[in-house]
Design a protein around this ligand. Structure first.
Ligand code: MLT
Length: 410
């Protein structure tokens, strides 16, 4: 008789953002006249850059031409995109075409083409990577955290221990004497917006090396870093190539949430039990993945061209200005907040209201029309907090900001 994977019964009934969607639909039905601003799910609103549009059109034309048509591509991605990614890691810190704008901030990092694996989104990559590890490893996961890390581990019944992320540690938990084999780090963090400094990240690398464990480093929001002492890549930290895998995507920096393109960096030096993880991942991908769409890979390559980077920097600036606008309002009105400075997420609470996150979510929606994400949806240490994203265009923002200002008044 067939046995199903009953671990699914241990998941919450709905994925966090589906639960929110459901609540918002209900609200809209009951209040069709109320204008809404969606600062819930971290989905970009500005379009992909023109360089990517042109490159994908050209790639599409190639696919319709018998001389240039391509069937299955390499499961780990095309060399043209891998080379561009390596160039981008190395070019960090350079000014593009002498523009005053210093786009590629950070320390140059040398990555070899064979260490780059193109995927269709960090969410997929970060779930699939678990195929490489035995099931009885102990996973150390921050709390609160991007729910995908937890759900994917619940689905395989992993042993999970938590690194509590609270106001006391500025939402940046540090290594303790807890033993762990797989360590999840997301910096800048989703949901809190907090980001590890170089020294703090070095402490995690030292801990992983000492324990012979691995760090799964989610760097999806690195393009939002503004402080110089915050590393853009874990590979800026000495010896990290012996203990870390980095996950990056084009979603939040180049507007690819709908296009789907990501990459995983698995260093050649990364070995456990004398086996190169890169070989296992190559083997896994060749069986389970046929490669990211050629057209999308061409669009991603273009997003990393000089023109692409200059254009996407402009849209990143729009989100950063949005962030500044909200942080300014929050500071002037004594709202306790974290994040926003190096991240598109602002994490805040109304201390005086003494409400749990879901009640606060409902009340905020009713009184302001702003869709947020309840902090407890990311884990119990997120209780009492709300998260908002800064992915919006400024059309009617004054209207909503005024609502925030009066939210707390009876
Ligand atoms: C979020 O809102 O946390 C993100 O959109 C999730 C994601 O990137 O998948």
């Amino acid at each position: 008789m067939l046995k199903i994977n009953k671990n699914f019964l241990n998941l919450s009934q709905k994925y966090l953002f589906d639960e929110i969607k459901h609540k918002v639909q209900k609200f809209k039905k009951a209040n069709p006249e109320v204008p809404l601003l969606n600062l819930g799910i971290g989905d970009v609103v500005l379009p992909i850059c023109q360089a990517s549009v042109e490159a994908s059109k050209k790639a599409c034309t190639e696919m319709g031409d018998p001389r240039n048509f391509k069937g299955y591509g390499p499961s780990s991605g095309y060399d043209f995109l891998k080379s561009k990614i390596c160039e981008n890691y190395l070019k960090r810190g350079e000014k593009i075409r002498n523009k005053l704008l210093q786009i590629n901030k950070g320390i140059p990092v040398e990555i070899d083409k064979n260490e780059v694996f193109i995927g269709d989104g960090s969410k997929t990559d970060i779930c699939n990577i678990l195929d490489l590890f035995a099931q009885d490893n102990i996973c150390l996961i921050p709390n609160p955290v991007y729910p995908v890390y937890i759900d994917s581990n619940i689905m395989r019944n992993s042993q999970i221990i938590y690194a509590n992320s609270t106001e006391k540690n500025n939402f940046l938990p540090m290594p303790s004497d807890k033993k762990a084999d797989i360590i999840y780090i997301c910096s800048p963090n989703n949901p809190t917006g907090a980001a590890y400094s170089r020294d703090q990240l070095k402490a995690w690398v030292d801990y992983a090396l000492e324990q012979n464990s691995i760090i799964l480093y989610d760097s999806a929001y690195e393009a939002y870093i503004r402080d110089d002492n915050i590393p853009h890549s874990i590979f800026e930290i000495e010896n990290s190539k012996k203990c870390a895998i980095e996950f990056r995507s084009f979603s939040k920096n180049a507007g690819f949430t709908g296009m789907r393109c990501s990459y995983v960096i698995i260093p050649n030096e990364l070995k456990f039990e004398n086996i190169k993880l890169l070989d296992f991942w190559t083997r896994r991908q060749s069986t389970k993945y046929n490669g990211t769409c050629y057209i999308v890979q061409r669009a991603a390559e273009a997003a990393l061209s000089d023109d692409g980077l200059i254009e996407t920097e402009n849209f990143l600036n729009t989100y950063k200005q949005n962030s500044d606008l909200i942080l300014d309002i929050f500071s002037k009105n004594d709202i306790t907040f974290f994040g926003g400075k190096n991240s598109p997420y602002i994490w805040f609470k109304y201390t005086n209201l003494n409400k749990n996150s879901w009640d606060l979510f409902d009340l905020f929606l009713q009184k302001t029309g702003i869709i947020t994400t309840p902090g407890s949806g990311f884990g119990e240490c997120g209780e009492n907090f709300l998260r908002i994203s800064t992915f919006f265009v400024n059309n009617n923002i004054d209207f909503f900001l005024k609502k925030i200002l009066t939210f707390n008044t009876p």
